[in-house]
Design a protein around this ligand. Structure first.
Ligand code: C2E
Ligand code: MG
Ligand code: MG
Ligand code: MG
Length: 290
């Protein structure tokens, strides 16, 4: 009897497991279909979130993907995240993002607004044999934008399939003059390896780390160490997810040069960026005022 019970339990567990896997697979398939359709129907848009430097005001923007859904309105990547790295989808998305962000940067520049633009590139596209061609094509199509104004963000939470390959692609990007940022720093399991092995101009400290620095002295010490290390390596440090002025002040105090977060602005449509920048007062002036 006991044997039968154990068997049944085993079978049930197996069934549960299969159900969960089915659900995950269906979910992935749904996300894929959503992105496929958006690509076909030209329903992808980029919003832009300002990145501010404590000393100079706004230095640039990060382009963030949105999907304009016919019924649900604008969707953030949470609605299609797993599909962004899919073999068939990663490259068309990356090409769209590079082209759109550079076109927009050229328009701002024509209107007298020189901004750096950061784009998120999936590891899948980065390691695709055609990535460098895609990058060069986008730069050539928007030749008024110097490559130094483009920054490619590579997330460290996605396991890089092959460190040596990534190294060589990123080196080629650098040779083109394009900047590299290590995104979501601190979330992967090889942060220090990446920092040491990958050529990069900036690191972006993940928001989960940032929001702990006020109450956890250990997190504060780790972040302060990362900032010091990065600066010794000649890299820029950008803190993500800065929501409150207390964080901005503390981050500036421990040497973090760049900040990004809702405290300054949410990601907004391209056409709202010029007016936002006109209204923006750099942090040091905000501090002077208080
Ligand atoms: P990410 O590159 O780390 O981008 C930062 C995310 O944090 C964005 O979410 C942004 O809206 C959000 N954020 C910014 N400031 C704050 C804040 O103060 N508080 C909080 N709670 N959140 C803040 P979003 O736009 O939903 O994008 C999520 C992720 O999707 C991105 O994380 C990136 O990994 C991915 N993603 C976005 N656009 C693209 C794209 O064009 N291509 C690819 N491959 N991935 C993208
Ligand atoms: Mg990013
Ligand atoms: Mg990030
Ligand atoms: Mg993130």
């Amino acid at each position: 009897l006991a044997l039968y019970a154990a068997k049944d339990a085993g079978r049930d567990q197996c069934k549960l497991h299969t159900l969960a896997m089915d659900e995950a697979m269906q979910n992935d398939a749904r996300m894929r279909a959503l992105l496929d359709q958006a690509l076909r129907e030209d329903r992808l848009v980029l919003h832009y979130q300002p990145i501010v430097a404590s000393a100079d005001g706004v230095v640039g923007v990060e382009a963030l993907l949105r999907l304009d859904h016919p019924e649900k309105g604008l969707l953030t990547p949470a609605a299609f995240f797993s599909a962004l790295d899919h073999p068939r989808i990663a490259r068309p998305i990356g090409r769209f993002v590079l082209d759109t962000a550079l076109r927009q940067t050229a328009i701002w520049q024509r209107d007298g607004l020189v901004l750096r633009v950061a784009v998120n590139i999936s590891t899948r596209h980065l390691l695709d044999a055609r990535f460098l061609e895609d990058l060069q094509e986008a730069l050539a199509n928007h030749a008024s934008v110097p490559p130094e104004q483009l920054e490619i963000e590579i997330t460290e939470s996605a396991p890089l399939l092959n460190l040596a390959d990534a190294q060589s692609v990123l080196k080629s990007c650098q040779d083109l003059g394009v900047r590299i940022a290590l995104d979501d720093f601190g979330t992967g399991n090889a942060s220090l390896t990446y920092l040491q092995q990958l050529p990069a101009h900036s690191i972006k400290i993940d928001q989960n780390f940032v929001c702990d620095i006020l109450d956890d002295p250990k997190d504060l010490a780790i972040i302060a160490g990362v900032i010091t290390t990065s600066r010794m390596l000649g890299m820029e440090v950008i803190a993500e997810g800065v929501e409150r002025a207390e964080y901005a002040a503390l981050l500036a105090k421990i040497g973090c040069s760049h900040l990004q977060g809702y405290l300054f602005s949410r990601p907004i449509p391209a056409e709202d960026i010029p007016a936002w920048i006109t209204r923006f007062r750099p942090i040091h002036r905000l501090e002077d005022a208080s």
